[in-house]
Design a protein around this ligand. Structure first.
Ligand code: 13P
Length: 251
């Protein structure tokens, strides 16, 4: 079974709306022949311009968060219908920065995953352990727990459309990439977990990315591992040359 590699940029809180459009206009031609599915995860205010700029190209667009309710008294939040009306394809859910700084929990991740599907968005669900947790030897337990709660109540068809991003917190923004073997091991553990929950077919279909200091030099090897179906890329996705190379890792 061959899964399409997904090269997704998570811009985090970087680039203004104008800068974002300029970037995507320039990126379009560069990745037109990429075999990977190319996704840019941009700040909310950049979404309208980026969706417009990406039209007619092979670039898909992701939001970096959403609320699970359709509308209501949730100051500062953005809902699924607001994103889907714009033409957004994906939504990143449960990034460790949202868990760490904004009170995201496994339960809210699960609510958001349901909301994403309800409003026609595909979730990119992030999981991953801290350095302490890795040193305590609980990586597998923790990641399996995060995956199980995140997927709770989703149908097999929905899980097939879900992307799971394994992002060890100690590798994010540190320049300290997990080794190919470390990343492969945990992505494999996640796939086994999905198999236990949903069976072989779903487990072989769901895409599992690695994230954490992915760059132009290490992407090809990481994405070449059997259970790693691409990357969720932070810093290197902000640079045209680097992100182009990552999207075209196999060229
Ligand atoms: P870096 O690639 O900057 O380490 O960030 C990874 C990440 O958090 C992507 O979501």
């Amino acid at each position: 079974m061959s899964r399409k590699i997904i090269a997704a940029g998570n811009w985090k809180m970087n680039k203004t709306a104008k800068e974002a459009v300029e970037f995507v206009e320039a990126l379009k031609g560069r990745v037109a022949d990429a075999d990977a599915e190319v996704v840019v995860g941009v700040p909310f205010v950049c979404l309208p311009g980026v969706v417009e700029a990406a039209k007619g190209s092979n670039i898909k667009v992701a939001a970096q968060n959403m609320h699970w309710e359709e509308s209501g008294a949730f100051t500062g939040e953005v809902s699924g219908p607001m994103l889907s009306e714009l033409g957004v394809d994906y939504v990143i859910i449960g990034h460790s920065e949202r868990r760490q700084y904004f009170g995201e929990t496994d339960e809210t991740v699960n609510k958001k995953a349901h909301a994403a599907f309800k409003y026609g968005l595909k979730p990119i669900i992030c999981v991953g352990e801290s350095l302490t947790q890795r040193e305590q030897g609980i990586t597998a337990e923790l990641v399996r727990y995060q995956v199980k709660i995140a997927l709770l109540g989703l149908s097999a068809e929905q899980v097939k459309e879900t992307v799971i991003a394994y992002e060890p917190i100690w590798a994010i923004g540190t320049g300290k990439t997990a080794t190919n073997e470390q990343a492969e091991e945990v992505c494999g553990i996640i796939r086994v977990c999905v198999k236990e929950l949903y069976g072989e077919d779903v487990a072989e279909t769901v895409r599992i990315q690695y994230g954490g200091s992915v760059n132009a030099a290490n992407a090809a090897q990481l994405f070449g591992m059997p259970n790693i179906d691409g990357g969720l890329v932070g810093g290197a996705s902000l640079k045209l040359d680097d992100f182009e190379k990552i999207a075209k890792h196999n060229k």
